[in-house]
Design a protein around this ligand. Structure first.
Ligand code: PGA
Length: 256
């Protein structure tokens, strides 16, 4: 795949959601075995359930795969039963945290302001925030997708965001876990709109350094064409990241 020399290094991120018990480490072991013989030209990240960050990072964190959380509270610590902080993810060996995933926005009522606080918490802890944005089907059908997503980008990224500490993931809500994806043209148009939002706010140089991932039904069969689109700097993969065989086939998009 040809990418411009100034483009940021791509990121292939797996979001395991609420899937995986300790023995699922066998899939990570298998992935580590596959990537070390043919290192892809991208960073590789797995976000398992929080319970598995420590054992996975301990076993495989030095072997070419990073680990991260799927959500965090915005506070460092305190009376927030059931929550974990960005500092705790870092303490467990995580380098990234996903914030504002549509499942959090939908099931827990998280809005842009909350998401921005969570991303700022990641920055405070010294880990990278993956900020998710994306329109619903109703919003797309009403012709509002670009406006909605641009607004989410504006309000979900804290002021101190940089290309080094923040990744944006465009995940159309209607494409997540459904097997449906937008057309290549729609993905490229949206990524260009996100890029222009980032450069308008953070400057041409810095705005160009944010990785913009596509997520929503990425699988081995469509990865190569989606990941080859302009301004697509990697993927956020749900279902197809659970098996090393499938995730590795997605990484093929970055092999020569
Ligand atoms: P999917 O999920 O790949 O299973 O569609 C993507 C996501 O929710 O991050």
């Amino acid at each position: 795949m040809t990418r411009s020399p100034n483009a940021p290094r791509p990121l292939a991120a797996g979001n395991w959601k609420m899937n995986g018990l300790f023995p699922a480490g066998a899939e990570v072991e298998s992935l580590v075995g596959r990537v070390k013989t043919d290192t892809p030209a991208c960073d590789i990240l797995i976000c398992p359930p929080a319970t598995l960050i420590r054992p996975f990072a301990g076993a495989w964190g030095q072997r070419g795969i990073a680990f991260g959380g799927q959500d965090c509270h915005f506070a460092e610590k305190g009376a927030h039963t059931g929550d974990i902080s960005a500092e705790m993810i870092k303490d467990a060996g995580g380098d990234y945290v996903i914030v504002g995933h549509s499942e959090r926005r939908t099931f827990y009522g998280e809005g842009d302001e909350m998401v921005s606080h969570k991303a700022a918490a990641a920055h405070r802890a010294g880990i990278i925030a993956i900020v998710c944005v994306g329109e619903t089907l109703e919003e797309r059908d009403a012709g509002k997708a670009i406006d909605i997503v641009s607004q989410q980008v504006d309000f979900s990224l804290p002021t101190l965001s940089t290309g080094a500490n923040t990744v944006v993931a465009y995940e159309p809500v209607w494409a997540i876990g459904t097997g449906r994806t937008p057309s290549n043209e729609d993905i490229a148009t949206m990524h260009a709109a996100i890029r222009s939002r980032l450069t308008a706010r953070f400057g041409a140089g810095e705005g160009g350094q944010f990785r913009i991932l596509y997520g929503g039904s990425v699988k081995p069969a469509n990865a190569k064409e989606i990941l080859g689109l302009p301004d697509v700097d990697g993927a956020l993969v749900g279902g197809a990241s659970l098996l090393a065989r499938d995730f590795d086939a997605i990484l093929d998009a970055y092999r020569g």
